[in-house]
Design a protein around this ligand. Structure first.
Ligand code: G3H
Length: 249
């Protein structure tokens, strides 16, 4: 069974004090992780204090990015090894803003996914709705081509530790969410793509989230869809009361 996830992505918002205060306000109000996983990705500077504030609560603290090398002369980057050692076991990779503003390519994201997994981190890999066509014999498969590249070369066991977030770039931060049918279709196509690469059993284990202008007003309709296993929420995750409403939708 795929446990649903409500994940916040704060992006470059909140200082350490604000981040810790948020965690303290929500940490005792969350369901057990085996019923519904809850997670927040915060700025790198906030992560260790957030882990400390979360204590034994089910809230998972996630990094918003990491590099693909464990150490070395890479000024300004964050080591996946050091994240894991600091108690951060989840990381968002390939977010649309990383691809657009920092020129991250599918090749770089693929390296980061592999490095994260090697270090024990579970990645949430974000992808847009770029579609491609793959022909096997006479059969035409519609696939989300970005996912083919981002998770290329992973073993069956590795892909099962990956969560994928379908985030159409036109829906991010615009207030214009995909309608639930559209969002479900995107998630369905990603699952078909994973099935094409790894088979049905693996595809049925991989969790696929929708992200893009999710709010307390549209979360119910999204979460009802069979292929949507959760949401990745930006702006609406910044306020602790709103985050709790999303969790208890
Ligand atoms: O990672 C989250 C997405 O970028 C969605 O952001 P948003 O909820 O502010 O549209």
């Amino acid at each position: 069974m795929r446990v649903p996830i409500i994940a916040g992505n704060w992006k470059m918002n909140k200082d350490v004090q604000e981040a810790v205060s948020f965690v303290k306000q929500v940490k005792d109000e969350l369901p057990p992780a085996n019923q519904l996983e809850t997670a927040i990705a915060g700025p790198t500077l906030c992560l260790v204090p957030m882990v400390k504030a979360a204590g034994k609560s089910p809230l998972k603290i996630m990094a918003e990015n990491c590099y693909y090398k464990d150490d070395g002369a890479y000024t300004g980057e964050t080591s996946p090894y050091a994240l894991y050692q600091a108690g951060i076991h989840h990381v968002i990779l390939g977010h649309s803003e990383r691809r657009t503003y920092f020129n991250e390519s599918d090749d770089m994201i693929n390296k980061k996914v592999k490095a994260a997994l090697k270090n024990g981190l579970c990645p949430i890999v974000c992808c847009d709705d770029t579609m491609g066509r793959r022909v096997t014999g006479k059969k035409v498969h519609w696939v989300v081509s970005r996912i083919l590249a981002d998770v290329h070369g992973l073993t069956d066991d590795e892909i099962c530790h990956v969560t994928i977030a379908y985030e159409p770039s036109w829906a991010i931060g615009t207030g214009e969410s995909a309608d639930p049918d559209q969002a479900a279709e995107g998630c369905y196509l990603i699952r078909q793509t994973i099935s094409d690469m790894y088979g049905d059993n693996v595809a049925n284990d991989v969790r696929i989230l929708y992200g893009g202008s999710v709010t307390t007003a549209n979360i119910n309709a999204l979460m009802e869809k069979q292929d949507i296993d959760g949401v990745l929420v930006g702006a609406a995750s910044l306020n602790p009361a709103t985050f709790l409403q999303l969790v208890h939708h």
